[in-house]
Design a protein around this ligand. Sequence first.
Ligand code: MG
Ligand code: MG
Length: 461
Amino acid sequence: MQQMNKINIYQERRLKLAKQIQAKTGSGIAIVTTAPEVARNRDSEFPYRHDSDFFYLTGFEEPGATLLMRVSENGSSLNLESHLFCRPKDPEREIWDGIRLGPEAAPEILGVEFAHSNFDLDSKLSELLADQDAVYVRLAESAEADRRLRHWMKQVRQKTRSGVNPPSEFHDVEALIHEMRLFKDAHEIEIMRRAAAISARAHVRAMQICRPGMREYQLEAELLHEFRNSGSQSVAYNSIVAGGGNSCILHYRAGSNELRSGELCLIDAGCELDGYASDITRTFPVNGKFTGPQRALYDITLAAQEAAIAMTKVGNTFMQPHEAALNVLTQGLLDEKLLKLTELGSLDNAIETGAYRRFYMHRTSHWLGMDVHDVGSYREPMETSESPVKDEKPWRVLKSGMVITIEPGLYIRPADDVDEAFWNIGIRIEDDAVIDESGCKLISRGVPVKANEIEALMKHS
Ligand code: MG
Ligand code: MG
């Protein structure tokens, strides 16, 4: 029964994509290939990760697979035929690499109408592409994908003298799928909740274990332990564990730097569960107690996050939470004299001139989903009369089912004109928000965020 429900989800998504193809061109063929396996060194490979778009439409995790959807109109009704090309069963290879689903079992397990061996991909594709006007592919995906498509087209063109017409229109399939992926269904949100809960537990574990003298990689190991021990398949992205001045490097990796008493530790880490990412950042004092300057900047960052959370709701644009955070952060920088009111004149001017960028250089949010920086346009798909600038699409209006991160930060590098008390303080606070009719729900708050609560947690461990 569980299996059947899962099939329905992917079948429903394929049908939804087919309807968009029907609306655009009446009929057509869509081709989506999964990710290739990638060599790490010599004959060892990186852990395999499927392509998100392909998985979204099939639920199939094996490498070497292609989905082809044939959409046709039968009067006013829609006809969808899904073909899966996958690795054939191979008892010899399966001894080494693991069991393959194989084309015989695929229709029942994945709910596709037809399944074929990869060996038949070229011949079958040229057959299926014949007399189709519109083809939906990922445009400019890779040299390999272009080569394959050229090969199939060449085969179809060779048949033109026998009366076969090759496709004449190419459309971007990605844009259609990514618009669908921007809105998460109940099934997806449930997985994302579980992923965020695991990641929150991992952050708690790291805070509890952290002691001065430990190395960044030791905290990374604690995060990984919690991720894998809870059933997550992988990290959603490389974990950032940054002590002291490393916290001011936005994409720092966990290194071998020693965590020192009196310094902060910034952890930006999240697991991937069943194909969905979580993305949490917490910043805490290595010795369990914030210093005065650390606490001052921490509370500003948290207030900025709260302001952004309050603006994360249906009907607001994607930029409104960022603007709310920016106001609080910049006012805080003025209050702490990191920005000089005497030079800048006003809060508005400090924002307009971008003076804050020295200390806050990234956006407050990004979409979150199968990919940590998930797909979906940050602009409205259509131009509207409300566009402030001609030909510029307005920022996306937030809607129920979207999932975003809310992650303001402050990063203070040593400099002559900066009070030394603030040097090497890097703070980011990041939570994952599901937008719904009531505003938004934070799914990553299993780990404390208030300074007092973090200190209490670290004290009692
Ligand atoms: Mg992050
Ligand atoms: Mg993020």
